[in-house]
Design a protein around this ligand. Sequence first.
Ligand code: SAH
Length: 415
Amino acid sequence: MPSVCVVAKKCGGCRYTGVPYPEQLEMKQKNEEELLGKFGKLERIIGMRYPCFYRNKVTAAFGKDKKGNIICGTYQEGTHYIVQVDKCLIEDEKCQEIIRSIRGLLKGFKMEPFNEDTGKGLLRHVLVRRGIKTGEIMVVLVLGTHVFPSGNNFVKELLKLHPEISTVVININEKRTSMVLGEREKVSFGKGYITDELCGCRFRISPSSFYQINPIQTEVLYNKAIEFAGLTGKESVIDAYCGIGTIGMVAAKKAKSVIGVELNGNAVRDARMNAKENKIENIEFFKGDAGDFMVKMAAGREKADVVFMDPPRAGSTEEFLTAVKILSPKKLVYVSCNPVTLSRDLEFITKNGYEVKKIQPVDMFPFTDHCETVVLLTREEKRDFVKKTFEKKRFDKKSNSRKPDYRKKKDMQRA
Ligand code: SAH
């Protein structure tokens, strides 16, 4: 198993390069315990059997080195300098091979990489995504301008080299931004999306839709989340921050009904198509901010038995969590990619009627210092809540009762 990367320091993506995998897991477990241990005992982290080449989505920035040679790779940490990456030990090997082929083709087509300072040139980024189960491959060529001279021939040549590519999309990003994708896109070859399979469902994935980058561990993660929810077929479920509807659709098979909510319009469109293609009829998707949506659900006195939430790294909001409290589902399953914001959100929700029952770290990102966590929270039964509040009051009273002693002492001093 390769474990050393020559550009690790410059790239900054893999903090644990050179560290044996069992040790990486140990470090992640410790870090999670430090951040989340105050909420309860953590289960043992679930690692991968083969923790390399797992990233099903590879993005490369294109530019030139000082000698004028075309380079492609990743931005040096915290900068806009491109670090040439010839081989990455966590990215899918087929995706890397396609990116190398694209770099090789550029010269023959007199295609210049886009220069962020001058605004000249053409190719900014390439994004390649592979459906591990279906083998389908999507290539997105991100251009800095909408004119693509010899574009058709370029794509034809690429397909000759890689007939395994299922679709090629041209994305236009003319803005001064660090975002990879722009808003406009045109399908150059194929369907414009790929399909992949997770937990027995097929999912359509568009270029801008979020899709977990480690499909093997995603199944482990989703299975844990579903197990924690303990669905029996009778529950009304909410899948908040649902992306293309993955968790919700897996849950729908075991629940009465599911509502998914997601901000990204393309992801919502994919989610609806996914439900149709999988013939799942007890699920509905809404586009919007998850916090707003939950507030409306709570105001409308809607019911939910289980809420799954899987927010981005910034975590959730007090607005969302307060609405959860009002909706008061029996179970809240929090899937998090950032234990820091998870800890902050748990702090809030555990003061608002929920208790943590299980914490399961899952290693979705070997060699990096990121870690995914699934947490099961259950609503405190009213009597437990009353008991806790009563005990708190009694404690406060008790501590208050010490005050007269303190005053007495003071009084005595005064006397
Ligand atoms: N549960 C999905 C997606 C998780 S990633 C999966 O496992 O694939 C987090 C998702 O939250 C992204 O799809 C992102 O577009 C979405 N998102 C970010 N901010 C949001 C908000 N305020 N309201 C709703 N969705 C949001």
